[in-house]
Design a binder for this molecule. Sequence first.
Ligand code: NAP
Length: 320
Amino acid sequence: MTTEGITSSSAESTPGDYDVIIIGAGPAGLAAGIYAKRAGLECVVLEKGVPGGQVLTSPSIENYPGFPEVPGMKLMELMAEHAKRYVDIREGEEVLRVREGERFEISATSGRYTCRAIILSTGSTHRKLGVRGEEGMIGKGVSYCATCDGFFYKGKEVVVVGGGNTALTDALYLHSIGCDVSIVHRREAFRADRHLQDSIAKKGVPVLWDTVVEEIVEGDQVTAVKLRNLRTGVVSQKAVDGVFVAVGEIPSNQLAAELDLELDPGGFVIVDKSFRTNVPFVYAAGDVAGGIRQIVAAVHGGAAAALSCFEDLMNPYYRR
Ligand code: NAP
């Protein structure tokens, strides 16, 4: 049963039919859930893993207002608890296929859902270096998550590869837990925030500038990396126990592609300032939509997408 634009939450509606389905429970999806439900929309958040997204892997967040310093895992635990006061978050529910029709049809791990609108907040995944030895040594010394794996390298020699906020945050974390850490960066300058650069200098973390990892030496465990200095061309071998790769993100845009959403050259979903995509009743927010990729921005995107969705369902574009 529907009122003007909004599905009734009466017992007549089947459990799989919603006004809006939010795919992904990172900061954008959780904020979208809170705003959609508070606006009176029947909605559910489908999450293939656990709520939190990539923030879960950040050792320390220092730029989310209200939290001067908080582990990513803690911040997301609080955000998910808050969202669960309003909205059902289905963990372990992976969306396998999505199809546009009179209603959107979503096939997920545990069955079929339908909805009138979709908010995509599927995030992004870690970019790989793509060098010899990387793939084979994952879990044997190659890691993409300092918070998850750093503990095993206490007192050991490791390198962090990259020059962005993630690389510098990871290097500071590894240094703080007692790893002997150096940074390998392909240029002569970091792109990370000045504040992080200052901390790296203050802690005396060595940086190998203009240098790339050419190979991760394979064996039972990582024992060394082969490095090339891009200025001099000199190739050297550095003995290390661990390689933490922090070279950026790739948008998780498979569902976006199925929905024929317009993507930018980097594969991020193109949205307008209200987080609408080119397909009516489909919205995107958070890392999958690119932009500055900050938690605060993801939260804004999720909230704005939910409000745009509410507006469109109440006053469908085809009646305007
Ligand atoms: P990023 O900002 O895209 O930086 C990626 C880094 O990896 C760059 O320094 C890049 O070098 C380097 N790189 C890329 N491909 C490489 C390759 N094949 N080999 C060697 N180096 C390579 O990625 P991120 O640091 O993961 O950050 C992603 C987003 O999350 C950003 O918007 C960032 O601000 C945000 N973030 C924020 C915080 C925070 O505010 N606390 C923490 C983490 C992440 P070049 O510089 O030469 O391009």
